[in-house]
Ligand binder design. Structure first.
Ligand code: AMP
Length: 374
């Protein structure tokens, strides 16, 4: 794909579905996206300029960076030194501070505490003595998580009783971990927002999320029956967090809701699966918002346009004929081969009432094969 050089050009490290949706949002604004991904069939490559190389490919990097107005990333397991080196050469948004904190569960938890977000009890684990003491202090059940590299429920083990602690840690290769109390939450909620170059912030309504086997299956927004004061407090704390990280771009915080309180679980310095509903469901989608922030443009309005729901297609996708036959539902296919546990697309709806939304959600869940093994 050639790039008309009077159009803004944003680079993205990673060429998966998030980069693909970023590029699609860019098309409408006349913003070009160039992705860096070592996979020849990276799905963003069908809608964006694709440099087929890894971020540590010194030979390919100059070509990738050439002519970019700004650079961003769609995943956070990039070594922070790589991002530090890049941000010395080019406008990198978000920058290395956001990445450093969000790629390490220990730094993330410490940061949450510093900005006043509630967190459930946790302890760092680097050796057996710490593990034994932590399980004793926190009690069982509890959850052992690798500090780095875990996603979609991978890299974590539930410890049911003290005798299983060492085995769980060995299964995680004795990697540096954190041990968390198991939270018997009523709901999982996420807050998606963005911060601009000028320090302005905008948040979408809170999202309610349902997981299957550790993978996000469905999101509903706006989440209903959320206490206004609790949301306001979460916004204030998120603003402090974004300011301290000097974050520019979209950002997500996942919470557990227990008895009306929100406990911060983890954060992502990027567009997020629980924000996909914003494509149809808000004035500005998270993808457009991210491009706006990355390019130093004003943020757009984040109100929901109705009662929205999103269902992931995981490991299997209905035929295009079946998906397009579903009334009031928009289908997104990522052009990825299906594989067990892999997100290959999503379905989305915007409805006038919560009851209509629940009805559409049920139909989308059936179509996506939710509840069946995928
Ligand atoms: P995470 O990778 O931290 O987002 O965890 C993946 C999923 O595992 C979460 O969305 C929860 O459903 C579940 N989970 C993680 N940590 C806990 C916890 N401390 N207590 C209860 N469930 C958890």
């Amino acid at each position: 794909m050639t790039n008309a050089r009077d159009q803004p050009l944003v680079g993205c490290i990673g060429g998966g579905q998030l980069a693909r949706m970023l590029a699609l949002a860019g098309h409408r604004l006349g913003v070009c996206v160039r992705v860096l991904d070592p996979k020849p069939d990276a799905c963003a490559g069908l809608v964006a300029d694709h440099v087929c190389a890894s971020y540590d490919d010194a030979l390919a990097l100059p070509g990738f960076l050439h002519g970019l107005d700004a650079l961003t990333y769609e995943f956070e397991s990039i070594p922070v030194e790589v991002v530090e080196a890049l941000e010395a050469r080019i406008i990198m948004r978000p920058g290395s501070r956001s990445l450093r904190v969000c790629q390490d569960r220990l730094l993330e938890k410490e940061f949450f505490e510093r900005v006043g977000l509630d967190v459930h009890p946790w302890r760092p684990i680097e050796n057996e003595a710490q593990l034994g003491a932590a399980v004793g202090a926190i009690g069982t059940p509890c959850v052992l998580k690798r500090r780095r590299g875990g996603y979609d429920g991978k890299g974590q083990r539930i410890i049911e009783d003290e005798s299983g602690a060492l085995k769980a840690w060995e299964e995680l290769d004795r990697a540096p971990c954190i041990l968390e109390a198991f939270v018997p939450f009523q709901r999982e909620l996420s807050l998606i927002g963005a911060r601009s170059k000028n320090g302005d912030t905008a948040f979408w309504p809170l999202v309610e999320n349902r997981h299957e086997g550790g993978i996000l299956r469905a999101s509903v927004a706006p989440a209903l029956a959320v206490n206004g004061e609790v949301v306001e407090r979460a916004h204030d704390q998120a603003c402090v967090l974004l300011h301290e990280l000097m974050h520019i771009g979209v950002f997500a915080i996942e919470f557990f809701e227990l008895d009306g309180r929100l406990y911060a679980n983890e954060a992502a310095p990027r567009v997020h699966n629980t924000g996909h509903w914003t494509i149809e469901g808000s004035h500005v989608s998270q993808f457009e918002q991210h491009l706006r922030a990355v390019l130093g443009l004003p943020l757009g309005f984040t109100e929901a346009l109705g009662h929205c729901a999103m269902v992931n297609m995981i490991g299997q996708a209905p035929s295009l004929a079946d998906a397009t036959a579903l009334e009031g539902v928009r289908a997104h296919y990522y052009a990825k081969p299906t594989r067990p546990g892999r997100k290959v697309g999503h379905l989305s709806t915007v409805q006038p009432t919560p009851a209509d939304r629940d009805d559409a959600l049920a139909r989308m869940m059936i179509l996506a094969g939710a509840g069946r093994s995928a």
